[in-house]
Design a protein around this ligand. Structure first.
Ligand SMILES: [Zn+2]
Ligand SMILES: [Zn+2]
Ligand SMILES: [Zn+2]
Length: 156
């Protein structure tokens, strides 16, 4: 599946989730389809360019409603602001650059959630394994001025 091809109709997406079609919702989903893994702040900035005055609080409300309805996925890489995307339900994972924060999709090698079976599930019913690969993106690897390591990490 190529997410850049034939973006699903945003209005249909909202209706299928039982959400009313509103200007801000259409703008936010449109932004997320064009710019997956955006933070709420950058969604708000782009949504304003598309749809005129949309408050950041409205954008948060839309993201919250769409995440709750299952048409937007929220990911929170450690130490980073929450990011949002409209690619849901396929258990894909993410590669995150430690230096610049760029986030890209990687397909799950296993395909079904959870792709990691813990050695001990402690009686939990598991429906998701959140896998984040951390490293340096190509651009940052070739940029001598970018710090290569973070020192703020605490080993649990
Ligand atoms: Zn980078
Ligand atoms: Zn993704
Ligand atoms: Zn996987």
């Amino acid at each position: 599946m190529k997410p850049t091809e034939e973006a699903p109709d945003v209005c249909g997406l909202l209706r299928s989730a039982g959400l009313r079609v509103t200007g801000p919702r259409v703008a936010v989903l449109g932004v997320l389809q064009a710019h997956p893994h955006s933070t709420a702040e950058s969604v708000a900035t782009r949504a304003r360019r598309l749809a005129g005055p949309v408050s950041t609080q409205t954008v948060y409300d839309v993201l919250h409603a769409c995440t709750g309805a299952g048409i937007v996925r929220k990911l929170v890489p450690a130490g980073s602001a929450a990011r949002y995307e409209t690619r849901v339900g396929d258990n894909h994972h993410h590669l995150v650059c430690r230096s610049c924060g760029v986030t890209v999709d990687v397909d799950c090698a296993v395909g079904a959630a959870p792709c990691l079976t813990p050695s001990n599930d402690w009686g939990f019913t598991i429906d998701e394994a959140e896998v984040v690969f951390w490293g340096q993106c190509h651009t940052c690897q070739n940029s001598p001025t970018t710090p290569r390591t973070t020192t703020t990490e605490v080993q649990a």
